[in-house]
Design a binder for this molecule. Structure first.
Ligand SMILES: NC(=O)c1ccc[n+]([C@@H]2O[C@H](COP(=O)([O-])OP(=O)(O)OC[C@H]3O[C@@H](n4cnc5c(N)ncnc54)[C@H](OP(=O)(O)O)[C@@H]3O)[C@@H](O)[C@H]2O)c1
Length: 267
């Protein structure tokens, strides 16, 4: 299937490694020019170089903390200045610390909302004028928000994530309605247990708490899924690429789980 992504421009946040990096590489492989951002200048520069080596795509590395509205606005502006427009926005960041609802204080909740919800809104806010232009010119403008399986089926030890991601889901549905008349689509993608640094960090927390080995923890996670294994970032990225594509023009307001069947609800 031709995804129709050749010569499109994509911005992927939180993309020096993990799900963001795999998504940026996938979009580059499909023919996109990609701007990628993270907080660490060295890491994002080498992440961009790796994508260039693998794909020959034009890749723009940007230092941007997505919790800073000024930095987000500057990064989107630099992307448009460099590539001449924007067709695809992928919102993403790191995950908040683990812990139960009563273990967290108010500041923890505020920080998590800034990191995962407000950053999403700020990125969309900055990108929307350019995406509206793309929708009007090319009928191809897409927003994909990376959230978590915890938005559909909360994870008791991830209260901050459960809380902030639910807000993103509500925002995505609202935005999809507001921009639908332009042809722009807005969707969320909900990763389950996927092999990245974030998963290793969560495993370390559990190790400290329970004394279990990494293998035991991973086997427990895999056992929760219909497909009894941990996912690969490439599998996640493929789903994002489809939603970013020209071919996904009638898919909006959806929350797509890429979780190996971890979510147990019917719909
Ligand atoms: N992997 C999983 O199993 C899984 C499951 C469910 C949900 N998720 C969620 O999916 C998202 C991505 O996960 P991941 O596994 O790819 O995480 P990861 O391996 O920790 O990578 C996070 C990426 O985001 C960047 N980042 C972190 N904070 C940022 C900020 N404030 N501004 C800009 N960039 C920032 C990091 O780079 P710098 O440090 O250089 O900024 C890095 O490139 C996270 O929100 C995570 O909680 C992951």
């Amino acid at each position: 299937m031709d995804l129709g992504l050749t010569n499109r421009t994509a911005f992927v946040a939180g993309a020096s490694k993990g799900l963001g990096w795999a998504t940026a590489r996938e979009l580059a492989q499909e023919g996109c020019r990609v701007a990628i951002c993270s907080r660490d200048g060295d890491r994002i520069a080498s992440a961009a170089e790796e994508i260039r080596e693998e794909t020959d795509a034009e890749v723009l590395p940007l230092v941007c903390d997505v919790t800073s509205t000024d930095q987000v606005e500057a990064a989107i502006a630099q992307t448009v200045d460099t590539f001449g427009g924007l067709h695809v926005l992928v919102t993403n960041a790191g995950g908040p610390p683990s812990g139960g609802a009563t273990e967290m204080d108010l500041q923890d909740y505020r920080d998590a909302v800034e990191l995962n919800l407000m950053s999403t809104i700020a990125l969309c806010d900055a990108a929307l004028p350019h995406l509206r232009t793309a929708a009007a010119e090319d009928d191809h403008a897409r927003i994909i928000m990376v959230t978590s399986v915890s938005a559909k089926q909360p994870i008791p030890t991830l209260a901050l994530s459960n809380t902030a991601r639910a807000g993103v889901q509500g925002y995505a549905k609202s935005l999809a309605e507001d921009v639908g008349d332009t042809g722009m689509t807005v969707n969320t993608v909900l990763p389950g247990y996927t092999r990245t640094q974030r998963l290793e960090d969560l495993a370390e927390d559990i190790q400290v708490e329970t004394g279990q080995s990494y293998d035991e923890i991973e086997a427990g996670w895999a056992h929760e899924n219909a497909l009894p294994r941990i996912g690969d970032p490439e599998e996640f990225a493929a789903a994002v690429a489809f939603l970013a594509s020209k071919r996904a023009g009638y898919v909006t307001g959806t929350a797509l789980s890429v979780d190996g069947g971890r979510s147990k609800h019917v719909l």
